[in-house]
Ligand binder design. Structure first.
Ligand code: FES
Length: 100
């Protein structure tokens, strides 16, 4: 694991997510009650959840509306025990960093 700068501050608006390509991985970072980072690819049909609608800690995949907890990565419906990988993320003075 290594911290890596992924964006300038204020590039992810509040209550929204954004997708980043980091070391060949698609990562979604959400700005909701702090920053939260997780793999962006939905386990259903491999579409990105980064632009999904947020409701508290829950993001809704824009494609077919499966739901994930943005703090734990846990899928909320249909299949038990499925989690997207989450990553520590920090806002520092010079930008947003992820430990990947
Ligand atoms: S690809 Fe996410 S719900 Fe279908």
């Amino acid at each position: 694991m290594a911290w890596k700068k992924v964006a300038e501050k204020n590039t992810i608006s509040s209550n929204n997510g954004k997708e980043f390509d980091i070391n060949g991985k698609k990562i979604a970072i959400f700005n909701q009650d702090g920053y939260h980072a997780m793999d962006a690819i939905c386990v259903h049909q491999d579409n990105s959840i980064a632009a999904g609608k947020l409701d508290g800690d829950i993001v809704e995949c824009p494609s077919h509306f499966w739901h994930y907890n943005i703090k734990t990565g846990e899928l909320q419906d249909y299949l038990k025990g499925i989690k997207l990988q989450t990553y520590p993320v920090e806002e520092r003075n010079d930008g947003i960093y992820i430990d990947l």
